[in-house]
Design a protein around this ligand. Structure first.
Ligand SMILES: Nc1nc2c(ncn2[C@@H]2O[C@H](COP(=O)(O)OP(=O)(O)OP(=O)(O)O)[C@@H](O)[C@H]2O)c(=O)[nH]1
Length: 511
């Protein structure tokens, strides 16, 4: 197999490097086109490491700061064609070529921004030549970004849209953008003073300095700041007054600089020019032509090319999946995703890990398919960035439906962890505090670990506490029991888009 992959690699060219993530029975392995096994995860937890660090150990880069610069236009040329009829010669210097553009293209083959460079410069246009030869066009810099990339413009001009209708999002649906830690927007964000960019990161670092945690909500014109600080609860009303002044000041600083969600990539193959190349300068032939009455006079001048446009952007990845699995750590989400998508092992571009979101593809007999995202477990305070926090909560913002995964065995007897209904309550409140209305998405409850002792009673109690309209699916993800019913229900949920409010009543029959 390795040799056949190596030959495939030669055919594709040495620069082409693609990852194949395959699941073989209970084994998942990652191989590259050069035939080397990079990581090998087996069902029993053993692993063989290849030349690179295993995929599981690499951190997902889902926010990235980017400086893009279009290529400078080529300069024009001064040249004269001499002939017996013209003593001084006829100006025939050609124009310079246009500089290249920096273009982002969405691709299903990349899953984060780890392969991007922070500075992307397109090539300069070629210089004009004699005999009115126009300079060559500068090469475009084309880079791939994952589907679900949202572009925030820090400084520079708005990007030019290559595909207008699909790339530009509907402004009425623009969602507020949240800031988390400064490190999320790339290493340069921490030196905001030097680079005078990333007011977002600067603002956040200011917030962290003052010991407060804030969530800045801003969407083109409507800015609102929510204080979530624990300290502020302890501080008196005077502190509140000064803090609100701080907020206004900071939001004012933020306003003119960062334009949130200027574009997003929704489907593979969309392209967007983030920086345009400069126009080439005119050669002396063109300059002589443009001088009206003195048209015949030859010009000895040519123009230099114009510089390309520049912009500083922050790219943010918000995965687009049909269903989001939300649950406390250890509820069994990853196991469930494996069970759900193992029937047809086309598991996205993501390896199974608890450190970053996984996407699984559910395929049905009638060729219908949908994607399910498993995000790392949510704990109390996730909306304040506790645990892995909203670094991952944002990945479920775009899901059409939610599946709450609860651990039926938690809190029963001497088992640790909150009771299933408490888990649900916590999940709902975290989602709601992160984004209002998020818990109102079409949803169902997956009651996992039904095989554990006492789980049946817990299931009955959970059902009693939930409204009748809320479907509850008891499953044993490990043994794949109840999975086919769940697959069917997930599909129906996505198809119907019916929103069922999750309201818990308070009873205490067991616990
Ligand atoms: N008994 C039993 N154990 C299960 C079941 N499903 C998962 N587990 C176990 O629960 C533990 C946690 O499973 P994971 O799938 O890693 O849980 P998770 O929700 O993805 O955890 P995080 O990644 O921390 O969010 C593992 O030891 C699983 O073997 C089940 O149906 N029954």
């Amino acid at each position: 197999m390795a040799s056949s992959l190596r030959s495939l690699s030669h055919q594709a060219g040495s620069s082409v490097r693609a990852w194949i993530v395959a699941e073989f029975q209970a084994r998942a392995f990652v191989v590259t086109f050069d035939g080397y096994v990079r990581s090998f995860h087996t069902g029993d937890g053993s692993s063989k490491k290849g030349k690179q660090a295993p995929l599981q150990e690499r951190k997902m880069v889902d926010r990235f700061r980017l400086h893009v610069r279009g290529g400078e236009g080529g300069s024009g040329c001064t040249s004269f064609r001499k002939s017996r009829h013209s003593r001084h010669g006829v100006a025939d210097g050609g124009n310079g070529g246009k500089g290249g553009d920096v273009i982002l293209v969405s691709s299903a083959a990349v899953w984060d921004f780890s392969n991007l460079q922070h500075h992307l410069n397109a090539k300069k246009g070629g210089q004009g030549g004699s005999k009115r030869r126009v300079g060559s066009r500068g090469l475009d810099k084309i880079v791939q970004v994952p589907v679900g990339t949202v572009v925030h413009l820090v400084t520079g001009s708005l990007p030019c849209l290559e595909q207008k209708p699909s790339v530009l999002p509907d402004q009425s649906n623009w969602e507020p953008w949240r800031l988390s830690s400064p490190s999320d927007v790339g290493p340069s964000a921490t030196v905001a003073n030097e680079t005078q960019i990333s007011s977002a990161a600067w603002l956040e670092s200011l917030c962290l300095d003052s010991g407060r945690r804030r969530i800045i909500k801003s969407a083109y014109g409507t800015d609102a700041v929510e204080e979530q600080g624990l300290r502020e609860q302890e501080e008196g009303s005077s502190a509140e007054t000064s803090s609100s002044e701080d907020e206004e000041e900071m939001v004012d600083c933020l306003k003119p600089q960062v334009q949130y969600s200027v574009a997003e990539f929704i489907t593979p193959g969309q392209s967007l020019a983030m920086a345009k190349g400069g126009e080439g300068g005119r050669g002396n032939a063109a300059m002589a032509r443009g001088t009206g009455s003195q048209k015949a006079l030859p010009s000895h001048d040519h123009e230099p090319g114009l510089p390309g446009s520049e912009a500083i952007l922050i790219l943010e990845l918000k995965m687009i999946a049909d269903v989001g699995l939300v649950g406390a750590p250890n509820a069994g989400k990853s196991t469930l995703l494996g069970a759900l998508s193992r029937a047809k092992p086309a598991v996205g571009h993501y390896a199974f890990t608890t450190l970053r979101p996984n996407i699984g593809k559910l395929e049905y007999e009638d060729f219908f398919s949908m994607t399910v995202a498993d995000i790392p477990g949510l704990i109390r305070g996730a909306h304040e960035n506790r645990g892995l926090g909203h670094a991952f909560l944002r990945h479920i913002e775009r899901t059409k439906a939610l599946a709450y995964v609860v651990d039926l065995s938690a809190g029963i007897g001497d088992r640790k962890g909150p009771l299933p209904w408490d888990q649900l309550e916590e999940l709902m409140s975290e989602l709601e505090m992160y984004e209002m209305g998020l818990s109102m998405r079409p949803a169902l409850v997956v009651a996992n670990k039904i095989d554990e002792p006492g789980a049946d009673d817990a299931l009955e109690e959970l059902k009693r506490r939930l409204p009748v309209s809320m479907p509850v699916f008891p499953v044993c993800a490990v043994l794949e029991e109840g999975i086919s019913e769940l697959r069917k229900a997930l599909r129906e949920l996505v198809d119907s888009g019916e929103s069922r409010p999750l309201i818990l009543s308070h009873r205490s029959d067991i616990g």
